[in-house]
Design a protein around this ligand. Structure first.
Ligand code: ARG
Length: 463
């Protein structure tokens, strides 16, 4: 039997393999809510414009409500033969209300339907991710406030660089997540135009009110070009790009948690809630959640990559290639959402080993820059020369096998005779971080201020 929604010129139905490759219902069934909402808006508008009767519109709306509750109650049978969510809904509608169902598809196409449905779905997905990212930021800012004065080794090239505070380190990720949220909200603004009424590609000869359907669905306005409305998926690519960047941020933090919790550094502990054991090595405490967050980044980047490749050679307007936009995207956004939740949980859970961190912060001559700065400030030596002198003092300390603050003044004076006792006031890690009061610097009082600022901002957003 040919398909009753498009099979007029066909004598038989598609072959089994054709049906298999063509059907998208396994994925786009997740768009049922959006599909039904868009159909209701369309039917209302058709009636208001006198394109269908008020009576038919009523039947259609009633039938669509029934379908919505059937799907939500798990009582709806999705049929692969009907390909996708649009035809599954319409097929059931015609079972429920008969002929009036056939009027719903006036002046629209599955092309503008799917573009509309997926935008609506994406809007909800963005709102969900945004709320999760806000929760992640809150967990970070709270932990940062608690550890505004906890000193840790700041690294560049994974080598001890200068002491920083743990709170400052965590707040770096709050900033990143803030920009991630900005990218999602920018994408949301741009995608919020209604394709409905663009029909297959050229618009329609019926006198639609596209502003009405746009408004009913919470779009800012109807999309201005029918070809563009049905044929671009930049909104999906953009959200995936924002997701990929967010995932990369999460992955970097995950990697740090893995390093910090390794017995090789022992800087941070995760509780049993976020640790797993080994089936053979009884001593093991593995940071699996962090490892999985790091790994899931691959899927998210992969989904972006896949869709870019799908889209790159497509002439306007719609092509069935675009149906491939959903699988990777749905998987990527679900992975991202789970990753954000796992990271927020780990951040709230983890506890730094403050004394170990402090000890590590003092190793590797981390206060050498403080010594150079002291030479500049107190002895008025140009920074380049001070850098060189400090390098020689560090070499001397390394030769003696002692930390900078343990090197006797006399040894320092062999290199720079004008150095005084006062130098020792800047060589401790606590003094070092306390002195970094420049805006954006790591001093505990800066960190406290920034953490509180973020917590206030996040609190305000909720109301
Ligand atoms: N299932 C399709 C998709 O997701 C809907 C649009 C189908 N359009 C068409 N002309 N066959 O892209």
């Amino acid at each position: 039997m040919s398909n009753k929604m498009w099979g007029g010129r066909f004598t038989s139905g598609p072959g089994a393999i054709m049906e298999e490759i063509n059907a998208s219902i396994d994925l786009d069934r997740h768009l049922y809510r959006q599909d039904i909402a868009a159909s209701k808006a369309h039917a209302d508008m058709l009636a208001k414009q006198g394109i269908i009767t008020a009576d038919d519109a009523k039947k259609i709306a009633h039938g669509l409500d029934t379908i919505l509750s059937e799907i939500e109650a798990g009582k709806f049978t999705f049929k692969r033969a009907l390909e996708d969510i649009h035809m599954n809904v319409e097929g059931r509608l015609s079972e429920l209300i008969g002929e009036a169902a056939g009027r719903l598809h006036t002046a629209r196409s599955r092309n503008d339907q799917v573009a509309t449905d997926f935008r609506l779905w994406m809007r909800d997905a963005i709102d969900g991710l945004d709320a999760e990212l806000a929760g992640f930021q809150r967990a970070l800012a709270e932990k940062a406030l608690a550890h505004a004065g906890t000193v840790m080794p700041g690294l560049t090239h994974l080598q001890t660089a200068q002491p920083v505070t743990f709170g400052h380190h965590l707040l770096a990720y709050v900033e990143m997540a803030g920009r991630d949220r900005g990218r999602f909200s920018g994408a949301r603004k741009r995608l919020n135009e209604s394709p409905l009424g663009a029909a297959a590609l050229a618009g329609t000869s019926f006198a639609l009110d596209r502003d009405m359907t746009a408004k009913a669905l919470g779009f800012d306005r109807p999309a201005a070009n029918s070809l563009d409305a049905v044929s671009d998926r930049d909104f999906v690519m953009e959200v995936l790009a924002a997701s990929a960047i967010t995932s990369v941020h999460l992955s970097r933090l995950a990697e740090e948690i893995i390093i910090w919790t390794s017995p090789l550094t022992g800087l941070v502990k995760l509780s049993d809630k976020f640790t797993t054991g080994s089936s053979i090595m009884p001593q093991k405490r593995n940071p699996d959640a962090a490892e999985l967050v790091r790994a899931k980044t691959g899927r998210v980047i992969g989904a972006l990559n896949a869709l870019l490749i799908v889209m790159k050679g497509l002439p306007l307007a719609y092509a069935k290639d675009m149906q491939e936009d959903k699988q990777g995207t749905m998987d990527a956004l679900a992975s991202l959402s789970l990753s954000i939740a796992a990271m927020a949980g780990m951040i709230a859970d983890l506890e730094p080993d403050a004394s170990r961190m402090k000890k590590a912060a003092g190793e590797g001559y981390a206060t050498a820059t403080d010594l150079a700065d002291w030479l500049v400030r107190t002895l008025k030596i140009p920074f380049r020369a001070a850098h060189h002198t400090t390098g020689r003092i560090v070499a001397k300390a390394a030769e003696a096998g002692v930390a900078l603050h343990r090197l006797p003044l006399s040894a320092m004076r062999e290199i720079e005779p004008k150095i005084t006792d006062d130098v020792f006031t800047v060589l401790s890690v606590d003094r070092s971080v306390k002195s970094r009061t420049s805006f954006g610097g790591t001093a505990p009082k800066n960190v406290r201020l920034q953490a509180k600022k973020w917590l206030r901002k996040l609190e305000k957003e909720k109301s």
